[in-house]
Design a protein around this ligand. Structure first.
Ligand SMILES: [Zn+2]
Length: 346
């Protein structure tokens, strides 16, 4: 496996410069026993935590992480004996980062494991992903370990934001809060690290909303790119559809899609309508859907800006509503009926 050491410090991480520097100093001066990485989904929290782990465990004194020593190679394969990745699981115990939970049973394993001395490294490092999806019992069990860990243990937790984690956990960790990456950082990383074609990198970097992990996932899966076009075409049909057609579509969507797919769709629609609004303001450079420029120009000319602006608020409202309700059908009825309308063919 080729190790990708791309940024100035040689860390396999794109962007997040200040966080890389903070962790590098920590690795040099002696790390804290617990870190909490905060930031949006797929922004690079776990990648950064892994790079930190690799730096702490690398055996090459000259340049850490070297990407070549036994520790670095095993860590990249996920098989280093003193490294543990704990992820949310479904009821059957399979990893499920969308709807899974970190469960009480997993806490017992961690507590047992933390106490054992490292097999070959200086440290034993645990990455616990999506701690916002931990049940309270797990979180409470973990508290004591976070409070009085053995000197060899380092816990790296990841979560979406501070408010989604128990305050008692937050207060025991050093916080590393990541912001969305700049478009050009994502674009560069896609070209240099993932060998994307320039046009594709430019498009995905704009659609990614600062999340490199999301862009990489799209790049690897050509199906998702085809789906995006189909979903945009559906949206364009809806713009010219009457009330009955829209309600029929809402019914179909409510029965066919799970919540995660719906949130993905809402995100795509939000980016689309934001592009229309930007185009109406003459700000074409800021548009995300750069492969659909002629369609953006056409819709921007046909639809009143006020309607588009109002609809962006509706999208936001419905998204919040869907996070808290089971009445998906009602939410989708509103969402589709309020979409801007034109009789002209778009
Ligand atoms: Zn190494």
């Amino acid at each position: 496996m080729v190790s990708v050491l791309n940024n100035a410090q040689g860390w396999p991480v794109a962007g997040h410069q200040w966080a890389v520097e903070l962790l590098q100093r920590a690795a040099h001066n002696g790390p804290s026993h617990a870190y909490l990485f905060l930031g949006p989904r797929q922004v690079g929290k776990s990648t950064l935590a892994r790079a930190f782990a690799q730096t702490l465990l690398c055996t090459n004194e000259g340049k850490r992480p070297c990407g070549e020593c036994r520790a670095c190679r095993l860590l990249e394969k996920g098989s280093y004996p003193d490294f543990r990745l704990i992820q949310p699981v479904d009821k059957a115990g399979a990893v499920d980062r969308l709807d899974g939970q970190i469960r009480t049973e997993q806490a017992a394993d961690i507590i047992h494991d933390v106490a054992l001395r490292p097999a070959e490294g200086r440290y034993k490092i645990f990455i616990i992903q999506d701690i916002h999806n931990a049940n309270d019992s797990f979180a409470n069990k973990l508290l004591k370990t976070l409070e009085e860990p053995p000197a060899h243990a380092i816990m790296c937790l990841t979560a979406l934001d501070r408010s989604s984690v128990l305050p008692t956990i937050v207060s025991r960790c050093q916080i590393v809060e990541l912001r969305s990456l700049e478009v050009q950082h994502v674009e560069q990383a896609l070209c240099n690290q993932w060998q994307a074609e320039p046009a594709q990198a430019a498009l995905l970097a704009r659609l990614a909303n600062g999340r490199l992990g999301w862009a990489v996932e799209q790049l690897k899966n050509t199906n998702t790119q085809k789906e995006r076009i189909e979903q945009l075409q559906m949206l364009w049909r809806l713009v010219g559809a009457d009330r009955i057609e829209r309600l029929t579509m809402a019914e179909q969507m409510a029965s066919n899609r799970n919540n995660q797919q719906l949130f993905g769709l809402l995100e795509l629609w939000t980016l689309w309508w934001r592009d229309i609004l930007l185009a109406q303001a003459g700000n074409f450079e800021a548009c995300c859907n750069i492969d659909q420029q002629s369609q953006i120009v056409r819709q921007a000319a046909l639809l009143p800006a006020q309607q588009v602006q109002r609809y962006l608020h509706t999208l936001k409202r419905i998204e919040t509503y869907l996070h808290h309700t089971v009445n998906t059908r009602l939410a989708l009825d509103v969402l589709l009926l309020q979409m801007p309308y034109t009789e002209e063919k778009t």
